[in-house]
Ligand binder design. Sequence first.
Ligand SMILES: Cc1cc2nc3c(=O)[nH]c(=O)nc-3n(C[C@H](O)[C@H](O)[C@H](O)COP(=O)(O)OP(=O)(O)OC[C@H]3O[C@@H](n4cnc5c(N)ncnc54)[C@H](O)[C@@H]3O)c2cc1C
Length: 354
Amino acid sequence: MKSLVLLGGGYGNMRILSKILPEVLPQDYQVTLIDRMPYHGLKTEFYALAAGSKSDKDVRVNFPKDERINTVYGEITDIDLDSQIISVGQSRVDYDELVIGLGCEDKYHNVPGAKEHTYSIQTLAAARKTYHDISELPSGAQVGIVGAGLSGIELASALRESRDDLDIFLYDRGERILNQFPEKLSNYVKKWFDEHNVTVVPNSNIVKVSPGVLYNKDTENKHDLIVWTAGIQPVALVRNLPVEHSQSRRVIVNQYHQIPTYPNVYVVGDCANLPFAPSAQLAEEQADQIAYVLKTIWQGKPLPEKMPDIKIQGFLGALGEKKGFAYLMDKTVTGRLASILKSGVLWLYKHHNG
Ligand SMILES: Cc1cc2nc3c(=O)[nH]c(=O)nc-3n(C[C@H](O)[C@H](O)[C@H](O)COP(=O)(O)OP(=O)(O)OC[C@H]3O[C@@H](n4cnc5c(N)ncnc54)[C@H](O)[C@@H]3O)c2cc1C
């Protein structure tokens, strides 16, 4: 029996599973899916768990059940590409083909104290802890959110709706929020924050964090709880693989999404170096291509000389439960429509994967 091993049950590998089961996977293959969690975590919703606007069961779905999927739950501690062995604690799993889809973790940009003194929403366990400690905050407590990208904006707005008794500060590195997108989009999001009493701090540069204090350039800001949403990088296991990496420590892959020196190893999602910002949407588009490459190889057919370009539709963000913002096919969409679109995408995703 041959073995295809999938590391990480995130958006990328869930999509690969759905594409290769039940028909594409050859009869002499077994799939082993390894994750620390016994379910697929909906990372795009972790901000809502942390804010208390969604429950734990709303941000996870079960892994697919199939007699040819063998699931291993535990912490992956080593990936040995030469001997083709994965270590999960004391257990060893070997593979013929491997897909690495372990996602990313916070990047602290060498800011002293940031790792030690801020909360995270990058893993389900971290988002649960953030939720727990936010829930314990007394009325009038001050929450600082560092980073006004998609996840920082979604967290700040969900937290506002979940706790109207907290003072919320959102630290933005830019002159205006979402400054790489049209001003119309920025203005809409900023207006929502103004109307909902969330303080956006533009042109921020957080240089240090100590317990309860954020140092924004030379200003000290006291906060009862600080959440870091100011950058991501592939998980350490992937950053430390003995392969070629990009500047952002993502693994360089060829057009078939294989590691050039280990063509039986594919990298999907946030760990792979691709010409777009990492996203669940990108992980899924790439996963479709990996499933196609695997199928072509299993069928003994030649791979196409040139793989099609990956296309990304844009992004959708939530501003609390009823409003949203989106940038889709170079068009700005705001308000209730964007919120409905976002809920629809999530509903469809759960429907297909639940
Ligand atoms: C708050 C937030 C909002 C977001 N919103 C959007 C959005 O609206 N749209 C969008 O497209 N993207 C969004 N993203 C980005 C998106 O979530 C990621 O790009 C996507 O999850 C990447 O998919 P992946 O398959 O690479 O990895 P992930 O989905 O992160 O999955 C990685 C898996 O690996 C497992 N794992 C990692 N390390 C280990 C280990 N050592 N041992 C065992 N298991 C391990 C994890 O448990 C996890 O299940 C958002 C992210 C965040 C944090």
